[in-house]
Design a protein around this ligand. Sequence first.
Ligand code: KIV
Ligand code: ZN
Length: 568
Amino acid sequence: MLTQPSTKYRAFAPIALPNRTWPDAVLTKAPIWLSTDLRDGNQALVEPMDIDRKMRMFEQLVAIGFKEIEVGFPSASQVEFDFVRKLIDEDRIPDDVTIQVLTQARDHLITRTFESLQGAPRAIVHLYNAVAPVMRKVVLGMDEDQIVELAVTHAAMFKECAAQQPATHWTFQYSPEMFSGTDLAFSKRVVDAVTAVWAPTPAHKCIINLPSTVEHSTPNVFADMIEWMHRHLDRRDAIVLSVHPHNDRGTGTAAGEFAVMAGADRLEGCLFGNGERTGNLDLVNVALNLYTQGVAPGLDFSHIDDVRATVEHCNQIAVHPRHPYVGDLVYTSFSGSHQDAIKKAFTARKDGDIWDMPYLPIDPKDVGRSYEAVIRVNSQSGKGGMAYLLESEYGIEMPRRLQMEFMQAVQRVMDVAGKELTAADLYALFEREYGLKTVQALQHRVLEEQGEGSNASVVLRGDLPWLGETRAIEGRGNGPIDAFIHALSEATGHSVRVLDYHQHAIGAGADAQAAAYLELRVDESQTLFGVGVDADIISASLKAIVSGLERARAQGLRSVETKATELA
Ligand code: KIV
Ligand code: ZN
């Protein structure tokens, strides 16, 4: 790269539009949408779509709700021509949908284009020629007058061809190609000359489409250009003002949105931003941006993953995992602080609330995504994400201090595995760490003894599975847990104190289980949790005590082993 890029590149000149109004505009309704997936998008593919793929894409676009669809460039190839014929001959175009086709300003191409449209009930025919100085000088070798002449002659030819097929309802569209790199006065001159020929009326408008064939400037400059044209074009009330942004600077979406704020009525683009080089305007992006502002876009992405599957099949290009609204990862938070905030916001949210969720600009459910992917756990994650997954997938509602304790076990596994842990991985680890499968239910009976209030006592008798054998135990206390702790201490020689106790039901009805989380002080030296799950709440609590005691023994053994290794 150059240390002085100004020796090679020049800055785009700003537009003198001191009283510009677009920065204050607010988008309150959807523009007219035109999908050019089957034309501009298709032209950009390594392998352009065959007829089957084109048909699948067309049907997908119709299902989404597009009413104007550019279906091809019929004079460019036989497949393109045949596809237009197939749509018309097989009556595949719904009554509320209008197809559009593109042609260059050349006689034989225009003739062939109108031929492809014979029998169409309605059609938009789209004429373009280059107007930018670089194209005029280097490619076409024409001066400004010749360019105007080229556009006007072929606009007139449109009228003649259309007159020969009067049964079709025709709409004409003109694009000054590379509008984004052309001075405004000349763009206006060409467009006015074309509309003078077509003589559109407010009742029968033509479409003037202003492309940023290549993005040259920041999107505010493009918006200035659109507002300038919006204000200065002749016959504005008889024109549908359309824009066609590309995305060379990565600001296609902003350019499209600003252009509508600046007076454009219509947006051309492709699903997920496919198109030449860095792509066309991403229409899904703009539509869902509107949706998140409370504006109905008139396009339905309730099943966005199905749309993506169709687009990937037809274009044979994968959609990036971080692509707005649709990528695999766009509803996922890995970072601990994000997870924590999302978890709290989900808990605080009530049905019918306005959507106001940290890190989630749209409810994933509205586009057919589940909450499953919202929180995923990797080495960047905190206990909030882990707790959220165990709660949402397995109904485990861990108290906060248990979350902190279990997170250490998660972190140990993560450090070794170095990869994401799924909800199932976390649950398997939780089961293992707290012995949910190995700690067996204690066969026990609880007998009430005489006494009132604080003098009341119970006796608990049972068979304790311990160190590979079963020991008969008996203990007395002010309740079953207290009695069990006394019995346990006698049978195993370990003292246990309950510091904290939480319980809740998992599930409902006959299958409901009770979960008990007990924070224990063992042998007055170790503080840790035990967890028990059982159909019976007392059994769940007793299991939790054994779970904690076994963990304390295992950890004691581990530290003895570590010391022995250090000494060796
Ligand atoms: O990007 C462009 O300029 C085009 C025109 C043909 C509209 O695709
Ligand atoms: Zn284009």
